[in-house]
Design a protein around this ligand. Structure first.
Ligand SMILES: Cc1cc2nc3c(=O)[nH]c(=O)nc-3n(C[C@H](O)[C@H](O)[C@H](O)COP(=O)(O)OP(=O)(O)OC[C@H]3O[C@@H](n4cnc5c(N)ncnc54)[C@H](O)[C@@H]3O)c2cc1C
Length: 657
């Protein structure tokens, strides 16, 4: 029945007068099982009988008879929705069944390693079904699936074997080395379970494709007047919005999408500190936008102006041709819907000297620069005989005790102490990594006990904390605080950000940070078709009214809600408010040490806290699974493995001058 509906839609969508010949060729035969089609399309039996009669009458008419009744847009829309619903239902049933079988088979890997075999088989089957329902299968992507599903085993092990099973048996989970050793076989079991689940699900999905044909997608022919959605920014918010729109509009060619971004890759910021600390190769934490987007036009360029009245965006296309110093061009894009996802920039709170002298820590280039500068300082200090001149070279000041600052301080501390062995003239006591924070405690996003754990373990590794201290100025070789000066050649600023400055010029509402104010559906009030999300927007949760924090975790969920609301608006359906409860926070504070605070499912006010090696393993497992693309996952995994056996690389990769 489905091809019948689809082909009717396909022919009908072209919006031209049908001849009876075309109708019959398209298979639009309303007499066949018309009750079923009618139910699905919401068409009354009387209307169906009329169509049937028309067809019978049409048989006796000349073949160029214009079948106006079927041209109705209302009918077309109902057909389209019915077809999509049928497709979706079949797709999810098929995927759920595959997941259930794969999960049950894969749970064999767990039976010998955990104490509750039958419960584990049930959990394995349920996890399998949820996995297959949420992850869209890519045909024959065995290696990708194997890695992604294998990585899933680590958080499952942590949540179930380490926490849930002991709790259900009436014991409190313990994080001692002894207890972890007893859980080790279960870790192997869960990773094996993950890999088996991925491979079996992939195999069954490919088999289903061969036998039943590929997952059905609605056949909608291109329409001349396309709705153009333009997305500004290729970070978590912009990129994920484009991906979600691609999934939602599937083959609907009446929608065109364009993404404009200054960089051609999505930067995975949670791993940026590891690049600065020389644990990861820079390009391994960026995924090319062009590879991830399939039907979105990508333009690498800088947005210079947005004309809300004229519904236009101006993009500067800067580039260099052989033999030219620079070549610039510009492009103008018209839009029906505009998504603002330009992120944020560092905010130096008006301290121009700090802006001039400090390193930024937001982009890949920033991380590469910091790493190269640290090596440069070591090289210069190593050949400097005067200890007083050497001291500022070996002092690294990081301003800001939030996640970015703490992770960077931890990574730089490990890096700097790790490479000391290569510089025989330098001593560990000369090295100073100083974290300056304006408040009483670092990591305000985490609970006090975890923040204190982070401070103590970093201090034990040699990081110096200057709390309740404000950076007020900087001079070459000197960092000025409100309570004194620190001779230092290196200052990194992570203490403040503000939404992208371009947005200030728009005649829309702004909050005091400069973020674009949106309503609970992520639409900009008073500007139909204008949307904003991510770090550049001021968003209040649709349920709690609380402001949404500028994190990747929120940006990804906002992107999903926003894409659905754009689709709802185009279809004339009501929009849904955005609501998301944080899943928790993870922060690496040094090699093999991290803090994690995860929200308890179904008890949102409670959280589970982890620290030390377990939290660090969770951090690596969770972020590795979230890193987009198999190739990047493998590269990062290899970098981490190399790091276990070899010293950090001290090769300078760019010329700082
Ligand atoms: C070091 C660091 C670590 C972090 N760790 C975490 C973490 O562990 N967990 C977490 O949830 N969050 C983390 N965050 C925060 C997270 O990275 C941001 O919240 C998230 O990136 C916001 O996404 P966004 O798309 O709004 O902005 P961004 O990711 O900043 O993307 C903005 C995009 O706009 C593009 N752009 C900017 N200006 C223009 C222009 N004029 N024209 C065209 N394109 C432009 C940029 O190139 C970029 O692609 C971290 C941030 C940093 C800096």
């Amino acid at each position: 029945m489905q091809p019948l509906v689809t082909s009717c839609m396909a022919a009908n969508a072209t919006d031209h007068a049908w001849t009876i010949e075309e109708l019959l060729n398209a298979g639009c035969c309303w007499g066949v099982k018309c009750e079923f089609v009618g139910r699905k399309l919401g068409i009354s039996p009387q209307a169906l009988r009329d169509h049937q009669g028309s067809r019978e009458r049409a048989k006796r008419r000349p073949s160029n008879f214009s079948f106006q009744a079927v041209k109705s847009h209302h009918l077309l829309r109902r057909m389209r929705h019915a077809d999509l619903k049928l497709n979706r239902m079949n797709r999810y049933l098929q995927r759920g069944l595959i997941g259930l079988i794969a999960g049950t088979l894969a749970s064999v890997a767990l039976v010998t390693t955990v104490d509750h075999p039958w419960i584990v088989v049930l959990i394995g089957a349920a996890v399998g079904a949820s996995y297959a329902l949420t992850i869209r299968p890519t045909p024959h992507a065995y290696a990708d699936t194997l890695m992604a599903a294998g990585a899933l085993g680590v958080p499952l092990w942590g949540l179930l074997s380490v926490i849930a099973f002991p709790l259900f048996s009436g014991r409190m989970p313990e994080w001692t080395a002894e207890e972890m050793r007893t859980h080790f076989p279960a870790l192997v079991g869960w990773v094996l379970y993950g890999t088996c689940l991925g491979v079996v699900a992939q195999g069954l999905s490919d088999l289903a494709d061969r036998i039943l044909g590929p997952e059905p997608a609605a056949l909608i022919p291109p329409e001349p007047n396309k709705t153009h959605i333009v997305i500004l920014g290729g970070g978590f918010a912009g990129m994920k919005t484009a991906e979600n729109l691609e999934a939602l509009f599937a083959a609907d060619r009446s929608i065109a999408m364009t993404l404009v971004s200054e960089t051609n890759a999505l930067l995975f910021t949670p791993m940026l500190a590891e690049v600065a600390g020389s644990s990861l190769e820079p390009s391994h934490i960026s995924s090319p936008l062009r590879t991830s987007l399939h039907r979105t036009q990508f333009i690498r360029g800088r947005v210079t102006q947005v004309d809300l009245e004229g519904r236009r965006v101006f993009v500067s296309l800067e580039g260099r041709r052989a033999g030219e110093a620079t070549s610039t061009g510009a492009r103008e894009l018209n839009y029906d819907h505009l998504v603002l996802a330009l992120g944020s920039v560092s905010n130096y709170l008006g301290m121009t000297n700090v802006q001039k002298l400090a390193f930024n820590f937001k982009s890949l280039l920033d991380a590469i620069r910091i790493r190269n500068h640290v090596i440069e300082m070591f090289e210069r200090a190593d050949r400097e005989p005067d200890a007083a001149v050497r001291q500022p070279m070996l002092t690294f000041v990081i301003a800001g005790g939030g996640f970015a600052g703490v992770e960077l301080a931890g990574a730089l501390n490990d890096f700097a102490r790790g490479i000391l062995a290569d510089y025989p003239n330098l001593r560990a006591e000369e090295l100073r990594i100083i974290l300056v924070h304006a408040r009483e405690r670092i990591l305000p996003e985490l609970s006090e006990s975890l923040a204190e754990y982070a401070r103590k373990s970093m201090a034990a590794r040699g990081v110096v904390f200057k709390l309740n201290a404000r950076l007020s100025d900087a001079r070459p070789g000197v960092v000025v605080l409100n309570d004194g000066e620190i001779p230092a050649e290196t200052l990194v600023w992570t203490a403040g950000t503000s939404p992208h400055p371009l947005l200030r010029s728009l005649a829309v509402g702004h909050d005091k940070r400069g973020g674009v104010v949106v309503d609970s559906t992520l639409a900009v009030p008073g500007h139909p078709g204008l949307w904003a999300l991510g770090d550049c927007a001021a968003i209040a949760d649709g349920k709690t009214g609380q402001p949404c924090p500028p994190t990747a975790q929120f940006a990804l969920r906002e992107a999903y809600a926003l894409a659905r609301n754009i689709k709802a608006q185009i279809a004339g359906r009501p929009l849904q408010p955005f609501h998301f409860n944080t899943l928790g926070a993870l922060c690496v504070v040094g090699h093999q040490t991290a803090c994690a605070e995860l929200t308890v499912p179904f008890a949102r006010k409670k959280s589970m806290r982890f620290s030390g090696l377990l939290a660090w393993l969770m951090w690596r497992g969770i972020y590795l699974s979230k890193l987009p693309g198999l190739e990047r996952k493998v590269r990062v995994f290899v970098d981490w493995t190399i790091e276990l056996f070899f010293p950090r690389d001290i090769v300078q990769t760019i010329d700082l001058n």
